[in-house]
Design a protein around this ligand. Structure first.
Ligand SMILES: Nc1ncnc2c1ncn2[C@@H]1O[C@H](COP(=O)(O)OP(=O)(O)OP(=O)(O)O)[C@@H](O)[C@H]1O
Length: 489
């Protein structure tokens, strides 16, 4: 109903050209039929294959010439007032000055002709010559209640075919929530798939629906859907961070969007587990994890960095509730004077989005290098908290050994953990993991059983980053002290 009212008022406002960007052409035409009857205007539709036909009532097909320039010429010269829908006309305005000129002439003569052109395409780049005569109209997306109805309609449909279905109503509610942001058609398709895949609607469908939704929405491939979230039981240390997140678990949180946790920055040396922690946040809160790689953002389409970022943030909003992990955020923001101000504008876009967003997107930004981070990002109130992930202490190193040995089927109960921990002082989690992997290979190659000695040998051979980059680490620690919260304790 709202769409009919809104589109009617756009057409009543004497706009010569209306652009509707949608994949739901059928829905757009149905909507226009209703609007044309409210306005007592005939409705015509054109496509390159069908030519021009009258669609508001059964008049028999009136075929005219299919060619784009001819059809515009005919619309311009006819005194048959009406709404003319041009489906998929977008390719015919690219490098086509004659068509653009004809569109402009129809628009310029609107007062006498009273023809409204409606351009319906999945995407339409409006040529600058006609921009000021155009209005954009967006078809509304289904709301939560409509999505629930749509899922139950699919359930009824499948049941009508004689199929027995298990339907968990709480899963339907969650599914409807996760389908938000999709069109009716896409939501219907995904709901149907969720039902027929396993003959039931349960909470196990949510993951598939999230992935499907992401694939439908992510046309540019700038964000990545991380299939591999983690569990905090696989993360040693980071006790403070875990506690902080636990207290803010969404279901126990206040429903007020303003008070929702917005985001954290994890600062620390390479391999200290920042990425692992970002994955574990998504696992802990059972939310989809989207990863924005700052360097890919710059490289993907040169010169389109800001547009890409805006697209990525819009997509994250549509995927809400979700966790948005901005990996190596400093890579996109530390450009200095050589990047024509792109990094400043990128920072502005991120800060504006952070301040204005209404969606439940929790941002986890990770960074190794504070010298490249702009002070505006670190200012109090921007992030909910800035955590410093230092190298693991004695106890945490022991826990890291246990986690990574267990993951590879190794039993360390007969090993001297204290000695292993001692020999790995100054190691990051990643370096400990790497030493375990290398020791396993060495043992296999020499047909030996992995023992304490082999593991110690491997640790001795490693020159950890804390040694190689001592000054950098000292500077990072000095900076972090007093400004950040220790993620471990
Ligand atoms: N605290 C930890 N507990 C368990 N494993 C860890 C821990 N820290 C690091 N690791 C192991 O090291 C691997 C690499 O760590 P991760 O990629 O999370 O570090 P990072 O801080 O994000 O590094 P970078 O800045 O280089 O991306 C992890 O996948 C994990 O296997």
């Amino acid at each position: 109903m709202q769409d009919i009212r809104d589109l009617t008022s756009v057409l009543r406002s004497n706009t010569p050209i209306v652009v509707i960007e949608t994949y739901e052409e059928h829905r757009a035409i149905e909507l226009l039929k209703k609007v044309s009857s409210v306005l007592y205007q005939p409705l015509f539709s054109w496509s390159i294959t069908q030519g021009l036909t009258r669609v508001d009532r059964a008049m028999g097909v009136q075929k005219f010439n299919c060619e784009p320039a001819d059809i515009l010429g005919q619309i311009k010269s006819t005194d048959q007032q009406g709404i003319y829908v041009l489906c998929d006309f977008h390719p015919f305005v690219e490098n086509a000055p004659k068509n653009v000129r004809l569109l402009k002439e129809i628009a310029l003569e609107y007062e006498s002709l009273k023809h409204t052109l409606v351009l319906v395409s999945h995407a339409f780049e409006i040529p600058p010559e006609i921009k000021r005569y155009c209005a954009h109209f967006r078809l509304s997306l289904p709301n939560g209640a409509q999505l629930q109805n749509l899922i139950y309609e699919q359930v009824d449909k499948v049941r009508a075919e004689g199929v027995m279905l298990d339907v968990d109503d709480s899963a339907v509610l969650k599914l409807a929530e996760n389908l938000k942001g999709l069109t009716f058609d896409d939501a219907r398709r995904l709901a149907h798939k969720a039902i027929v895949d396993d003959g039931a609607i349960t909470h196990s469908d949510i993951d598939m629906v999230n992935k499907g939704k992401f694939e439908l929405l992510d046309m540019e491939g700038i964000l990545q859907f991380e299939y591999d979230t983690s569990d905090f039981s696989q993360v040693a240390g980071l006790h403070n961070l875990k506690q902080w997140l636990k207290h803010r678990t969404p279901s126990t949180c206040t429903q007020n969007l303003e008070d929702q946790p917005k985001g954290i920055l994890l600062l620390g040396v390479q391999g200290s587990g920042k990425s692992l922690a970002a994955k574990a946040v998504a696992g802990m809160w059972q939310r989809p994890l989207l990863r924005l790689d700052m360097s890919a953002l710059y490289n993907k389409y040169i010169g389109e960095t800001e547009k890409n970022l805006r697209h990525a943030l819009e997509l994250a909003d549509l995927m809400s509730p979700c966790v948005l992990w901005i990996d190596e955020i400093e890579k996109g923001l530390g450009g200095g004077s050589s990047d024509d101000g792109v990094s400043t504008r990128i920072l502005g876009t991120i800060l504006t989005w952070m301040a204005e967003r209404k969606s439940q997107v929790f941002m986890v930004a990770t960074a190794n290098d504070i010298s490249a981070l702009p002070p505006e990002l670190m200012r109090k109130g921007r992030m909910d908290e800035i955590f410093f992930v230092d190298l693991p202490d004695d106890e945490i190193r022991k826990a890291i050994f246990l986690i990574h040995a267990k993951r590879r089927g190794l039993d360390l109960s007969k090993f001297n953990l204290a000695e292993l921990s001692n020999a790995s002082q100054g190691f990051s989690g990643a370096e400990i993991e790497q030493a375990i992997i290398s020791a396993i290979y060495t043992a296999r190659a020499s047909e030996l059983t992995l023992d304490q000695g082999l593991l110690i040998d491997e640790l001795m051979k490693t020159r950890p980053l804390s040694v190689v980059m001592r000054e950098k680490l000292d500077a990072l620690r000095k900076w972090a002290s007093g400004r950040t919260v220790n993620a471990h304790k």
